[in-house]
Write a protein that binds this ligand. Structure first.
Ligand code: AMP
Length: 282
């Protein structure tokens, strides 16, 4: 696997591939890779001639009291995983080159960035959209791969791509879970044994909510209450939000009569975990 640090070199390498008529697939990450990331690389590998991954812990998407300083890292382990997934190029941009002192631009996707996670993390989606736009401009992929684990981020990025007429197709990959149902996340590494047990309540509550909706319960307030009861029963959990909303606008629904997103964010010890599911009534 080739490793590229410089923006100019990455641009030149992509241009060379494009000139040869090769398709480029791109998967941006913040590293500390797990099987969720690997499923993105695998889909990307199947669908493209050249597979490019990036690892960059993007400082502008973290708020002042968030976990930027202690975000987990394992570059050597990540390189081994990328190599075994047959990723061709790892782009490891340098923070000072990506954000020089005179950097002034922020991309805002209005109306959806301030909902759900955007309420408690106001800089998250502006930061993520800005870095993804920069990376797409540098790498120039035909297809870029994102996980449904970060459903709202996927909507933000897809909206940006559509609104700004970018030439990249955004590809969605389903949530990958541990055998016991916990959604895989680099932040799971923060969990103690007790916290990890409590964290299982997120998926358990989503599953319960889904089955109630499918049984015919259509009162969103009731569904949210049920989720809250299941999660708050567990020690060391602190609910940030529980949302039953439209999957594209994130507008809260009272009555469930269409395809809905059930999304939640819960602090479990020091880790802020998110999870979601889509429920479609037939
Ligand atoms: P991150 O490194 O957390 O920024 O994630 C990089 C990409 O991997 C994002 O598109 C995430 O949505 C995706 N991802 C992270 N965890 C999972 C998971 N458990 N299942 C599927 N995709 C995931």
């Amino acid at each position: 696997m080739e490793i590229i640090n410089s923006i100019e070199e990455m641009k030149a390498r992509s241009l060379e591939a494009i000139k040869k008529g090769m398709s480029i697939g791109f998967t941006p990450t913040m590293g500390f890779l797990h099987d969720g990331h690997l499923s993105l690389f695998r889909k990307c590998r199947r669908e493209n001639d050249i597979v490019i991954a990036s690892i960059f812990v993007n400082p502008i998407q973290f708020g002042p009291n968030e976990d930027l300083g202690k975000y987990p890292k394992d570059l050597e382990g990540d390189k081994a995983k990328l190599t075994s997934e047959q990723v061709d190029i790892l782009f490891l941009p340098n923070q000072d080159e990506l954000y020089p002192e005179e950097f002034k631009t922020t991309v805002t996707i209005r109306k959806i960035s301030d909902k759900l996670c955007g309420q408690s993390r106001p800089t998250l989606f502006d930061g993520a959209a800005t870095v993804v736009l920069k990376l797409l401009n540098i790498v120039r992929p035909q297809k870029a791969y994102f996980g449904e684990k970060d459903w709202q981020q996927l909507e933000v990025i897809s909206t940006m791509v559509k609104d700004l007429n970018l030439d990249t197709e955004i590809m969605r990959v389903p949530i990958v879970r541990e055998n016991d149902g916990l959604a895989m996340s680099s932040r799971n590494s923060y969990l103690s044994e007790l916290e990890r047990k409590s964290a299982l309540s997120l998926n358990k509550a989503l599953e319960r909510a889904k089955s109630l909706v499918l049984q015919g319960v259509n009162d969103a307030v009731l569904i949210k209450k049920e989720i809250e009861t299941i999660i708050s029963k567990e020690p060391v959990t602190q609910i940030d939000y529980i949302s039953v909303c439209n999957p594209s606008t994130f507008i809260e629904q009272r009555k469930i009569d269409q395809k809905i997103l059930i999304a939640l964010a819960v602090k479990v010890g020091a880790a802020r975990l998110i999870d979601n599911c889509i429920v479609e009534k037939n």
